[in-house]
Design a protein around this ligand. Structure first.
Ligand SMILES: Nc1ncnc2c1ncn2[C@@H]1O[C@H](COP(=O)(O)OP(=O)(O)OP(=O)(O)O)[C@@H](O)[C@H]1O
Length: 340
């Protein structure tokens, strides 16, 4: 039976380039054996999430999230709770596109990103659950994490990543550490920290060296606690990140692997950021769902140590063969008709 694909795209994402490429993307997917249709998300809350759930339950084999990290997060929230989950493809069209960066999916050309899907290599990716929400890339808590929602989205579209830096420089002097209680697999952190990150990939806020030893399918988060909020110390840590990830052994950083986390505020409110958006307040429980969603990735470009197994989209070659056979059968029946 022919496989079916639903593209869920955000027509307002990033530079809105996606719409122009849609016809070519549909062609690429049809040639790869997927009967494909597209759904444009609407401004209503959870539009992408609801459509992803509906499409999964309607039996689509592949759902493509085409948009920014927000659209990817919604699509994952739509399919993650289901028993039978379709495969996921990603066509990045946002501003930071952290998740595509981690999967080495081309971020400048939606057509090149569609070719990664047509190439048929997948990874069963870990995702995270935070209370009852799911995330693919990062959860974070503490005052510094508020930076991400301090940047208005029109501003992000215009200036992209620069917006974060400008806003970051503006907010940094106001950041102060808060008391946190963090329970992870092998210990407890009780003390002041300006923020904690719980990362699933190596790619956080456009930086690729924050988790230099990230594994995408080992069932573990990387927990990073930034103990300082001193401006000079922060600048030093950022320089260490840019210098190949040397921050991980610094005295101001706790850097551990864990499959779960309980985060509790002590005397102040602690907002939690999930995949770049406000996701509620602590206390919050986080759990790594090991190899929960099979995602198409540019596996050749991902460091070998980051993935344990690359899978082949089954039936991809079969689909191409059927297509050729189908053409031959048609020719033959035409001949029979002609002979008669
Ligand atoms: N048709 C639409 N009109 C207006 N807003 C929409 C529409 N479809 C989706 N949205 C909104 O777009 C947001 C998600 O944006 P998304 O993450 O895809 O792109 P982005 O914001 O450009 O990228 P990034 O997150 O990388 O900055 C959600 O808040 C969603 O409600």
């Amino acid at each position: 039976m022919q496989k079916r694909c639903r593209i869920i795209y955000n027509p307002t994402s990033g530079r809105e380039a996606l719409k122009n490429d849609l016809v070519e993307i549909l062609n690429i997917l049809e040639r790869a054996g997927y009967e494909t249709s597209a759904f444009a998300t609407t401004p209503e809350p959870n539009s992408a999430q609801n459509e992803a759930k509906r499409a999964a339950q309607a039996g689509f084999n592949l759902i493509i999230a085409a948009g920014g990290d927000g659209t990817i997060n919604e699509v994952v929230n739509g399919i993650a709770p289901l028993k039978h989950r379709p495969k996921l493809g990603i066509i990045p069209a946002g501003t930071t596109n952290d998740y595509a960066r981690a999967l080495k999916i081309p971020r400048e050309s939606p057509i090149e990103a569609a070719k990664v899907i047509a190439n048929g290599k997948t990874v069963k990716m870990d995702i995270g659950r935070a209370n009852d929400k799911y995330f693919v890339n990062i959860a974070a808590g503490g005052l510094l994490s508020e930076l991400t929602y301090a940047v208005p989205s029109e501003f992000k579209t215009l200036f992209g990543y620069l917006a974060y830096l400008v806003k970051g420089a503006e907010l940094l002097p106001r950041v102060k550490p808060i008391n946190m209680h963090l329970e992870y697999d092998d210990g407890v952190y009780d003390g002041k920290a300006s923020m904690f990150f719980l990362a699933l990939t190596n790619s956080v806020g456009g930086f690729e060296q924050i988790v230099p030893d990230a594994s995408l399918d080992d069932g573990k988060f990387t927990l990073i606690v930034v103990k300082t909020s001193n401006l000079l110390e922060m600048m030093r840590l950022i320089t260490m990140v840019l210098n190949g990830g040397k921050h991980i052994n610094d005295a101001n950083i706790l850097y551990v692997k864990t499959s779960k986390l309980v985060a509790k505020p002590v005397d102040e409110k602690m907002m939690i950021n999930i995949d770049g958006e406000y996701g509620g307040d602590a206390p919050m429980k986080f759990k790594n769902l090991k190899r929960h969603i099979e995602i198409f990735a540019n596996t050749q470009a991902i460091p070998k140590r980051a993935i344990t197994e690359v899978k082949e989209d089954e039936g991809m070659d079969e689909a191409k063969k059927n297509f050729v056979d189908g053409v031959q059968e048609l020719d033959e029946s035409d001949n029979i008709k002609l002979d008669k």
